[in-house]
Design a binder for this molecule. Structure first.
Ligand SMILES: [Zn+2]
Ligand SMILES: [Zn+2]
Length: 137
């Protein structure tokens, strides 16, 4: 199955009406290495798809999140950012430009004493700092 067929099937499963704009949103999410906001996605697509609206981007994202196909990241306090990479991974966020980079390795963490009575199923490591591009400025 090629990528387009896979995207078509995804929307069919979600029960969403298929439009070229919606397909473009999935394609964008599949190919990006960034962690875009709804605005980023809208801005990236509006030139090629002049009929796309911000509402379409936003509503499509809502459905994708609800169905577990995209994760919402709470790392950027200025706006919601989205992560299409569903496997468990960690992040670095630049405090200056907001760039979020994936950190693909595992960390050994000692579960704190006060959490012993809980069942911890996952943890996230978030590095914050200044990215190389901002550091060079
Ligand atoms: Zn930066
Ligand atoms: Zn990520």
């Amino acid at each position: 199955m090629n990528n387009l067929q896979r995207r078509l099937q995804t929307y069919k499963k979600l029960g969403l009406k298929l439009t070229p704009q919606r397909l473009a949103i999935l394609e964008f999410l599949e190919t990006t290495r960034e962690h875009p906001s709804a605005e980023d996605i809208y801005n990236a697509l509006k030139e090629r798809y002049p009929s796309i609206s911000f509402a379409t981007v936003y509503n499509t994202l809502e459905v994708l999140i609800e169905k577990g196909l995209v994760k919402e990241l709470g790392l950027d306090s200025s706006k919601k950012r989205f992560d299409p990479h569903l496997h468990h991974h960690h992040h670095f966020i630049c405090k200056k430009c907001g760039k979020i980079v994936d950190v693909e390795r595992s960390f050994d963490v000692v579960i704190p004493e006060e959490l012993r009575e809980f069942e911890v199923t996952e943890f996230q490591v978030v590095f914050t700092g200044i990215c190389s591009a901002c550091k060079g400025k």
